[in-house]
Design a protein around this ligand. Structure first.
Ligand code: SF4
Length: 184
């Protein structure tokens, strides 16, 4: 069972199916691969139930991974990479990653305009404007569904959690002691 729980299972499945459709239709146009983390060079906020899943995943990290995450938090948010990205370019909570991360790399529509990672649809194949409409993910629609799912999962969709601050709080609860200062 996914750490995202039953509330998110259908949504995760739909996004995975959408991802598979785009990859099948445009196999040479998506450069996404393990370790490519351009999409993770940002600080995100997530809805309440999504954060509960992420917090649970952070609590379940092995001791070494948790220590590395603590170091990352100590480095501060001036580092533009997501707090959950590790040094190998991998997500530390991949199975519990939020919905927005499940659309990373896909053609999306934001505020009425198409957008995609600059590495994708950039070669000799079709350009972003030639992508079929059923392969463009409407992020506004996804956000609405996330709000509904979050409510069903017991979260407050209006109470977004800043991922950096939320992860720092979970670490502080697990390993009391000031983050950013020598202890002892
Ligand atoms: S939560 Fe994981 S997948 Fe999402 S931006 Fe952060 S590191 Fe990347």
């Amino acid at each position: 069972m996914s750490p995202r729980g039953a509330g998110y299972a259908a949504l995760d499945e739909k996004l995975a199916a959408f991802d598979a459709r785009v990859r099948a239709r445009y196999p040479a146009s998506l450069q996404c691969s393990k370790g490519c983390a351009m999409c993770c060079h940002q600080h995100l906020s997530v809805v309440g139930a999504e954060f509960l899943c992420i917090a649970q995943a952070v609590r379940g990290l092995p001791v070494e991974a948790r220590a590395a995450l603590r170091e990352r938090v100590e480095a501060g948010r001036d580092d533009p990479r997501c707090v959950l990205l590790d040094d190998a370019g991998l997500c530390r909570v991949y199975e519990a990653r939020p919905t927005i991360c499940r659309s990373h790399g896909l053609p999306v529509r934001v505020d009425g305009a198409r957008d995609v990672c600059p590495l994708n649809f950039a070669g000799d194949g079709p350009g972003l404007d030639e992508v079929a409409e059923d392969c463009v993910l409407d992020l506004e629609h996804v956000d609405s569904v996330v709000g509904l799912v979050d409510r069903l999962a017991g979260g407050d969709p209006l109470a977004r959690v800043d991922l950096f601050d939320g992860v720092a709080a979970v670490l502080a609860e697990l390993d009391p002691g000031p983050i950013g200062e020598e202890s002892g």
